[in-house]
Design a protein around this ligand. Structure first.
Ligand code: ATP
Length: 366
């Protein structure tokens, strides 16, 4: 009977609990034993009560819960081989050799590294006397399947990550609230949204809320962005707009990679356009609260597919990540998806913004 464990790792996102629920239930429905690893890789390293066998009713109601009910963490110990050795030992102790990990690119990179190292970790457990050759023999092949949980929608190869539409919805709601007060007082608001390397939330919130100007890391504004932004805002005001909304991604910068902060934008709107301007940093409300219907659906369909991918896997198959492309749930090569994602960040660093945008979805094409 195969034993399949699920964990959430890295930053939380709405829909992670729904993904855990789907993995647990599909595992049980497939006649396998289900485990949840609490607190991300930390739970795998700590073992003991952090690795719990799961039953159908343990995840009842989780589909509509925000965040992740099995906890998530950033774990230093797992970055080093001794931590991964302990993690391997904890898994062998329970006979687990399949892991479904819901997290961002860091968590999925760690997972693939673990799989690559797995045979040598087992050898070390045997040579150090912790395990016998006979004891590790049934677990020689580690199965890893990735699910992408992230509000940023920053993984290349998938149209949407679990959580991004809930976060976008929350941002839109917040901007709707801001809109009414901005309209009443004819104010300008600079709204900072999450996204260090990825401007998807900023761009889509801008489109969904009719913002006047948006700052995204992949597509920085022109060299003379200050006057460009001011003249656009001025024009909108002349056309009768009573409010101004400018959205700034956390990682916004100019074409020389100088950070563009909400305060800089506020000062320009105040001093050059003469608007009564306020800054609103949305912060963690963007990550909290229940997942929207799309994220519940995505997490459920992808969680089911992840278990099917585990059961189909052979030692020769590269680790898959479950994606959605043009409304179809598909398996992609995990490391290839991570490589493409890292290339976007590297292209931003190199100031090759055209390549960075190409690495994102079609939405970013000008
Ligand atoms: P987010 O996008 O929300 O930041 P993430 O999954 O990218 O999520 P990270 O902090 O990068 O978050 O990674 C989470 C954890 O995954 C780390 O604390 C570490 O335990 C593990 N991890 C990340 N990268 C590696 C790696 N190269 N090798 C081993 N483990 C890693």
């Amino acid at each position: 009977q195969k034993r399949i464990a699920v964990m959430t790792s890295g930053g939380d996102s709405p829909g992670m609990s729904a993904a855990v629920r789907a993995v647990v239930r599909q595992t049980l429905a497939s006649g396998c034993v289900s485990y949840a690893i609490y607190e991300g890789y930390q739970g795998l390293v700590d073992g003991g009560d952090m690795i719990k066998e799961m039953q159908w009713e343990d995840v009842r109601g989780w589909i509509s819960e925000g965040g992740t009910l099995i906890g998530t963490a950033r774990c230093k110990a797992f970055m080093e081989r001794p931590g991964r050795l302990t993690a391997a030992n904890n898994m062998i102790e329970r006979g687990i050799d399949a892991l479904v990990i819901c997290g961002g690119d860091g968590s999925l990179t760690g997972a693939d590294k673990f799989r690559a190292e797995w045979p040598s970790l087992l050898d070390e457990l045997v040579s150090s006397g912790k395990r016998t050759e006979e004891g590790v023999k049934p677990y020689r092949h580690l199965n890893i399947v990735g699910l992408v949980g992230s509000i940023d929608n920053d993984l290349s190869s998938t149209d949407a990550t679990i959580g991004c539409y809930s976060s976008l919805q929350r941002i839109c709601q917040a901007i709707d609230y801001i809109d009414s007060t901005a309209f009443s007082h004819q104010r300008a608001f600079v709204v900072e949204v999450m996204g260090r390397h990825c401007g998807w939330l900023a761009l889509m919130a801008g489109v969904s809320c009719g913002a006047d100007f948006v700052f995204c890391p992949e597509n920085p504004p022109s060299e003379n962005w200050e006057s460009e932004m001011c003249s656009i805002v001025r024009k909108h005001r002349e056309l009768g707009k009573r409010k101004t909304i400018v959205i700034v991604a956390e990682g916004a910068h100019d074409r020389n990679l100088n950070h563009i902060s909400p305060t800089m934008v506020k000062d320009l709107l105040t001093n050059k356009v003469g608007l009564d301007t306020r800054v609103t940093t949305l912060g963690h409300v963007q990550r909290g609260g229940p997942p929207c219907a799309y994220d519940r659906m995505l997490a459920t369909l992808q969680g089911v597919e992840a278990v099917k991918a585990v059961l189909d896997s052979t030692p020769e198959t590269p680790s898959p990540v479950i994606c959605i492309v043009e409304n179809k749930i598909v398996r992609k090569d995990l490391m290839e998806a991570i490589k493409l994602t890292k290339e976007v960040a590297a292209n931003i660093e190199k100031k090759d913004f055209a390549a960075a945008m190409k690495g994102r979805d079609a939405e970013f094409e000008e």
